[in-house]
Design a protein around this ligand. Structure first.
Ligand SMILES: [Zn+2]
Length: 507
């Protein structure tokens, strides 16, 4: 009797996508909910992924001329109030510090005391506090451009938290720059959008669509917001990060002025841009399968895991000697300008159990090495981009010689698979009924995976945008930067439109 195919993760993606997502995080031991509702504990495997994101992005930021600095966690409320749209946009999710100490309440507990004369906001983003510094740092055109990045945590009070996707506290980077001209600031905004896009595609192996946000979806206080949007395997969109052209809004609010070449004082142009630990959520949902996480090698905490297989002391000695030899050879290899990250899993556990643990964690290459492999001078290799049963015996010298190429191939396979999925699920839709059908599940009570990206015409009216959001929970993800000028009819009201935009349900 054929054994039923069992998956390492239950429920499967098809059965219950949000449930699958949670279980993958648990099975890969990446993060967990903390005692503080809405906040997460990032465990070593999840944090190592973040470190790799951080490390590689940081290099790209520095290559484009930016330097890191650090600004306070607290923002005086008055700073926040200076930019009206900004304060309105964030008001509902701010944590506010009102007291500076605790006192004995006389009943065995503590009560807040030392009421602050001005409340402090825990940064939800740092434009205003960084602006206060910039107003002192920028005096002359010679001080520009000022190109600063900060790696930090921020707090945005979250009512419906989900690990990595929406947490009250999360980790991120925020770039803040000041320029002498509008053109320079716009160029910076696009430059960083391109840096993010390159990182998403070349490191995270996630294909993305670059575009501009509509008026209603842009960053509070920005003149324009640019985004890169990715498709998850439940066909919903995830905003990977944003780059904002802030115009003169924050310069006026924070009084960032400089003397131009003619000796005249003028306001400076600013930008800001950020990505967060949300990218880890994207990584899970873009690539994972029903056996767990699948990590692109460039971002994986480990490239290779080696599992020794033996039954007795004699076999153990032989196998471990052989592995010592492999370790030495792997140590001299490089992949993507870094040393190969590998681990020998010599824990006292069954081989099969260990193997599944690493499958669930998404390690790109697994080697099982037993006495027979030692005799034939080979390794038994499994790859996470292939079916777990598909393993091959490879001569050890060939393995060492080809390992960087294997990793490149895995990186590329993962990207191509995600790209194919995105293309297959992006549809030009010009008929309103079809549009509504596209975004309506057949099973209302237990919605199946449905929808995708609808590439449809939009007249530019926020009323149409709102109607579609109310009817279908579908939003305009972006106006693609490469959208062609093309005559058509708005998918909602039928009025003339000049461009197609991307509609989707989103995280
Ligand atoms: Zn319309």
């Amino acid at each position: 009797m054929a054994e039923q195919e069992k998956t390492a993760i239950t429920p499967t993606r098809e059965e219950n996508y949000p449930g699958w997502y949670q279980q993958v995080i648990k099975a890969a031991d990446m993060a967990e909910n903390s005692e503080v509702r809405g906040c997460m504990v990032i465990k070593p495997w999840g944090y190592a992924i973040w470190e790799n994101i951080q490390k590689n992005l940081d290099v790209m930021f520095k290559e484009t001329g930016h330097v890191n600095a650090y600004f306070p966690l607290f923002i005086p409320k008055s700073f926040f109030e200076k930019e009206a749209e900004h304060v309105e946009g964030f008001a509902k999710e701010c944590a506010v510090v009102t007291h500076s100490r605790l006192e004995d309440d006389g009943k065995g507990g503590l009560k807040p005391a030392g009421k602050l004369t001005e409340e402090l906001i825990i940064r939800p983003t740092s434009e205003t506090i960084i602006g206060a510094s910039f107003s002192k740092w920028v005096n002359s055109y010679r001080d520009l451009p000022l190109l600063i990045n900060q790696w930090a945590n921020v707090v945005r009070w979250e009512m419906r938290p989900r690990l990595f996707l929406r947490t009250t506290e999360f980790l991120w980077q925020e770039g803040h720059t000041v320029h002498a001209t509008k053109e320079d600031a716009l160029e910076e905004t696009y430059r960083m959008l391109n840096v993010y896009t390159r990182f998403a595609q070349e490191y995270l192996a996630i294909p993305v669509i670059q575009g501009e946000k509509t008026e209603s979806e842009k960053f509070p206080g920005a003149v324009s917001t640019y985004t890169f949007e990715a498709m998850m395997q439940d066909k919903k969109a995830l905003q990977g990060g944003t780059s904002h052209f802030l115009g003169l809004n924050f310069a006026k609010a924070s009084n960032i002025k400089f003397q131009n070449r003619e000796g005249k004082e003028e306001y400076a142009w600013t930008t800001s841009w950020g990505v967060s630990t949300r990218l880890i959520g994207a990584l899970i949902m873009a690539h994972g399968d029903d056996n767990g996480l699948i990590l692109p090698p460039r971002i994986a905490p480990l490239h290779v895991v080696i599992i020794p297989i033996y039954r007795n002391k004699d076999e153990q000695n032989k196998v471990m000697d052989f592995i010592d030899n492999i370790k030495e050879k792997i140590s001299s290899l490089r992949y993507n300008n870094e040393k190969i990250r590998f681990k020998v899993d010599n824990r006292d556990m069954r081989g099969g159990e260990k193997l599944w643990e690493w499958i669930k964690k998404g390690v790109p290459v697994r080697l099982e090495i037993g006495p027979r492999d030692v005799s034939s001078n080979s390794v038994f290799m499994g790859r996470r981009d292939k079916d777990f049963k598909e393993k091959v015996s490879v001569n050890i010298d060939d393995f060492i010689k080809n390992l960087p190429a294997f990793l490149d191939e895995i990186q590329n396979n993962i990207f191509q698979k995600a790209l194919k999925f995105q293309i297959e699920n992006t549809k030009k839709i010009d008929n309103k009924n079809e549009f509504y059908q596209f975004f309506t599940p057949k099973n209302k009570n237990n919605p199946e995976i449905h929808g995708g990206f609808a590439n449809s015409h939009w007249c530019g009216s926020s009323k149409c945008e709102e109607k579609i959001k109310d009817d279908l929970k579908v939003t305009i993800r972006c106006i693609p930067l490469d959208a062609k000028q093309e005559k058509g009819k708005c998918i909602c009201c039928g009025k003339e439109s000049k461009k197609r935009v991307i509609f989707a349900k989103a995280y």
